[in-house]
Ligand binder design. Structure first.
Ligand code: B4P
Length: 187
């Protein structure tokens, strides 16, 4: 089963993706975590990506597409995975379909976490106080929300046409949202 969790920054993708992956016993592929690890390790990808991440911009597709392809073709993701943080652009969405399709697979569920902007900002500001992520500053949060509207929100219309996208109200407790996701997916 391949599940995509879609949503703006701070909508709870990472949080719900982790719960879902543990429950379904599937790997979770999170481009944000992979990129942050690359930055921490000082790899060439990390060095290139850091500039964009610190400004709240997307890391260019030229750097991301190979990374996604590599993750999707790992043996552990052969029978299913939870995708969190990608696709974020039309080119990434196209690649996901292509790589899954080559193995006779497809996205089975697309969950769109729907959260008002003020709440997302509140969460990211709260996280900044705890985790000190370099992109959780007020200025960068604003840019990330704008970039989401410009580059990623168009994917919502694209996926809605397939009839497998469900809007999940993303406010309420983490457990309530996880229960709603369980109800939608049916397991
Ligand atoms: P991400 O790591 O994907 O960051 P994000 O969009 O902020 O989501 P995240 O998963 O961290 O937060 P969540 O909503 O779960 O990306 C970071 C950067 O990496 C991007 O800006 C970009 O530069 C780059 N990048 C990543 N993927 C890319 C790609 N494919 N292409 C190009 N660039 C890419 O949670 C936010 C907070 O809310 C948490 O503190 C959480 O505890 C809290 N929370 C969650 N649910 C809650 C609830 N119900 N109630 C209260 N708080 C809640």
């Amino acid at each position: 089963m391949f599940v995509l969790i879609l949503g703006a920054p701070g909508s709870g993708k990472g949080t719900q993706g982790k719960i879902l992956a543990e429950r379904l016993q599937l790997p979770k592929i999170t481009t944000g975590d992979i990129l942050r690890a690359a930055v921490k390790d000082g790899t060439p990808l990390g060095k290139d990506a850091k500039k964009f991440m610190d400004q709240g911009q997307l890391v260019p597709d030229a750097l991301i597409l190979e990374l996604i392809k590599g993750e999707l073709t790992k043996p552990e993701a052969k029978n299913g995975a939870i995708f969190d943080g990608f696709p974020r652009t039309a080119a990434q969405a196209e690649l996901v379909d292509k790589v899954l399709g080559a193995e006779g697979n497809r996205l089975n569920h697309i969950l769109l976490l729907d959260v008002p902007e003020e709440e997302m900002v509140r969460r990211m500001v709260g996280r900044a106080a705890v985790e000190r992520r370099s992109d959780d500053t007020p200025e960068t949060i604003k840019t990330r929300l704008e970039v989401y509207q410009r580059d990623t929100a168009p994917l919502v219309a694209h996926y809605a046409q397939r009839g497998i996208m469900r809007r999940v109200p993303g406010t309420g407790s983490i457990d309530q949202i996880a229960e709603e996701i369980k109800r939608i997916i049916g397991r």
